[in-house]
Design a protein around this ligand. Structure first.
Ligand SMILES: Cc1ncc(COP(=O)(O)O)c(C=O)c1O
Length: 431
C-alpha cells in the first residue's frame, strides 16, 4: 500500500517525492547581522549624501568585480534601466529594442524614459535576444538595444556590439539575472555602454530590494548621479547640464547587506554550477526535456533560475502547466509561465493617454511577430529557482526523481483541464 501511494502522483493524492525543505533563500548569516547592526548603530542609514559611505564602498567592489570603472547604487533594477537609458543619451521618442521574452521591467523602463520599446524575438535554443530579429527592427528612430542575460546564460554580446556599432546604437545590458557572469573572461555589465542589475529578493545577491548601474564612461556616471539624486551634480563630476532628477537612491542599510552578499557569490556560483551540471546530465537522458544551449563564450555562468524546455509529446500530451503543477505537488518549486511573451503581456497594455508615442508607434503597423517567445512562454519553458541548487547531490536526485515520476504517471493527467488541475492542487494544499 505504501509503495502504491509513493508511485501515485502527488497531484492525485500520492506521497510527494520531496517533503524536506530546500536550501533557504536569501542565504544569510552572522555577517549580514553584524553589517546591519553596525549601520544601525552609527545612524547613517540613508542614501544621502550620494553616494553614502557604504553604498560607495559596495559600488566600488561591484564595479571591480564586473570589470567596470564605475557603479552607482539605486533603488531597484527597474529604475536602474530607466536612468541608464537616459544617462546614455537615449532621447524621448526613440525606439529601444528589447527581447520579447523577459520581465516586463525591461520594456516598461523604456516607457518610463519616454522611449518606445520594440520587441525582438528570441533564439529558441538559448532564450536570449535573436540578433537577426533585432537587426530587422532597426529604423531611423532606433537609438538603443537592451539585451537581457536571461536565466542562466549571456546574450551574444559580440553580435550585439557588432549590430550596435553598425547602426550607432547604445547598448544597455540587463544583467538582473547575471551577477558575476562573464563573457569571454570579462564581466557582464562591462560590454555595453552601461549594465543594470537588480537586488530584489529572488536575485543572486539581495538586500530585499535594490539595483545598480555599471559603466566605464564618466559622462554617463555624471548624468546618472543627477538623475537619481534629484538633479544634483556629482561631486567632482564634469557635467553641468541641468536635469530634473528623481530620488532613486539606495539606503546604506541595503548597501551594508549587499557588501556581504557579494562576498558569498563565488562559493554559491561554484555549488550551483556543480549541481546544475548534474541536473543537465540527467535531463539529457529524459525524453521530452531539452537543456538550453550555453554559449562556450560564457566563461562564468550565473544561474538565476535553472531552465529547460518541455515537449508535451513525451509526457502523454499534457500541457506544460499541468506538468509544472504535478512537479510542484511532488515538492519541487517550479514555474512555467514565469515570463509572458511581452507583446501579449497583460502587464504591458498600451495606454494611449499615458504613453502616446508608444500607442502611435503601435498604430503605425503591426508589431513584429515573436513566435519563439510565445512558444517558449506558453508551451515550453520550465523554471526552477536557483536555491534548489544550493544543496547537495541528493537535492538534484529528488528533482530528477520527481520529473521521472510525473513522466511515468503523465497518462493519468492527460485530458485534464487546467481548472481541474487547479482544483486538485488546492485540495492537496488543504489536506
Ligand atoms: C530581467 C529583469 N529586468 C529587470 C528587473 C527589475 O528589477 P527590480 O525587480 O529590482 O525592479 C527584473 C527583476 O525583477 C528582471 O528579472
Amino acid at each position: 500500500m505504501a509503495n502504491r501511494s509513493a508511485a501515485e502522483l502527488a497531484l492525485l493524492g500520492g506521497t510527494p517525492v520531496r517533503t524536506e525543505p530546500w536550501a533557504q533563500w536569501p542565504a544569510r548569516g552572522p555577517e549580514e547581522e553584524r553589517a546591519v547592526i553596525a549601520a544601525l548603530r552609527d545612524g547613517d542609514w540613508g542614501g544621502f549624501p550620494l553616494p553614502n559611505e557604504r553604498s560607495a564602498a559596495f559600488a566600488r567592489a561591484f564595479a571591480k568585480r564586473h570589470d567596470c570603472e564605475h557603479a552607482l547604487c539605486v533603488a531597484n533594477g527597474t529604475v536602474s534601466l530607466e536612468v541608464a537609458l537616459q544617462a546614455m543619451g537615449v532621447e524621448p521618442g526613440a525606439e529601444v529594442i528589447v527581447p520579447a521574452y523577459t520581465f516586463e521591467a525591461t520594456a516598461s523602463a523604456a516607457l518610463f524614459a519616454d522611449c518606445i520599446p520594440v520587441f525582438a524575438d528570441i533564439d529558441p535554443g538559448a532564450w536570449t535576444i535573436d540578433v537577426d530579429s533585432a537587426a530587422a527592427l532597426v529604423t531611423q528612430r532606433t537609438q538603443a538595444i537592451v539585451p537581457v542575460h536571461l536565466a542562466m546564460t549571456v546574450a551574444d554580446l559580440d553580435a550585439i556590439r557588432g549590430l550596435a556599432s553598425r547602426h550607432g546604437l547604445a547598448v544597455l545590458e540587463d544583467c538582473a539575472h547575471a551577477h558575476g557572469a562573464r563573457w569571454r573572461g570579462r564581466g557582464v555589465g562591462s560590454w555595453g555602454d552601461a549594465g543594470s542589475f537588480s537586488f530584489q529578493t529572488s536575485k543572486l545577491m539581495t538586500a530585499g530590494e535594490g539595483g545598480i548601474v555599471t559603466t566605464s564612461d564618466a559622462a554617463i556616471l555624471d548624468r546618472l548621479h543627477a538623475l537619481v539624486n534629484c538633479g544634483r551634480q556629482r561631486p567632482g563630476g564634469s557635467s553641468h547640464t541641468p536635469v530634473i532628477g528623481h530620488n532613486y537612491r539606495m539606503t546604506d542599510l541595503q548597501a551594508a547587506i549587499l557588501k556581504v552578499q557579494l562576498g558569498r557569490l563565488d562559493e554559491q556560483h561554484e555549488l550551483r554550477q556543480r549541481n546544475a551540471s548534474r541536473l543537465r546530465a540527467a535531463i539529457e537522458d529524459i525524453g521530452g526535456l531539452t537543456n538550453l544551449r550555453i554559449d562556450p563564450r560564457v566563461t562564468v555562468q550565473a544561474i538565476y533560475q535553472f531552465v529547460f524546455r518541455f515537449e508535451s509529446g513525451a509526457f502523454a500530451g499534457i500541457d506544460r502547466d499541468v506538468f509544472v503543477a504535478a512537479l510542484q505537488a511532488e515538492g519541487v518549486p517550479a514555474d512555467g509561465r514565469f515570463y509572458e511573451s511581452l507583446p501579449a503581456s497583460e502587464l504591458l497594455r498600451p495606454d494611449a493617454d499615458r504613453y502616446p508615442a508608444w500607442s502611435a508607434a503601435l498604430a503605425r503597423g503591426p508589431a513584429a511577430d515573436c513566435p519563439h517567445a510565445a512558444r517558449t512562454a506558453y508551451r515550453e519553458s520550465v523554471w526552477l529557482p536557483h536555491q534548489l541548487l544550493l544543496g547537495g547531490a541528493s537535492d538534484v536526485e529528488d528533482i530528477v526523481a520527481a520529473v521521472l515520476k510525473v513522466q511515468r504517471g503523465a497518462a493519468e493527467l492527460a485530458g485534464l483541464e487546467l481548472e481541474q488541475v487547479e482544483r486538485l492542487r488546492q485540495a492537496r494544499s488543504a489536506r
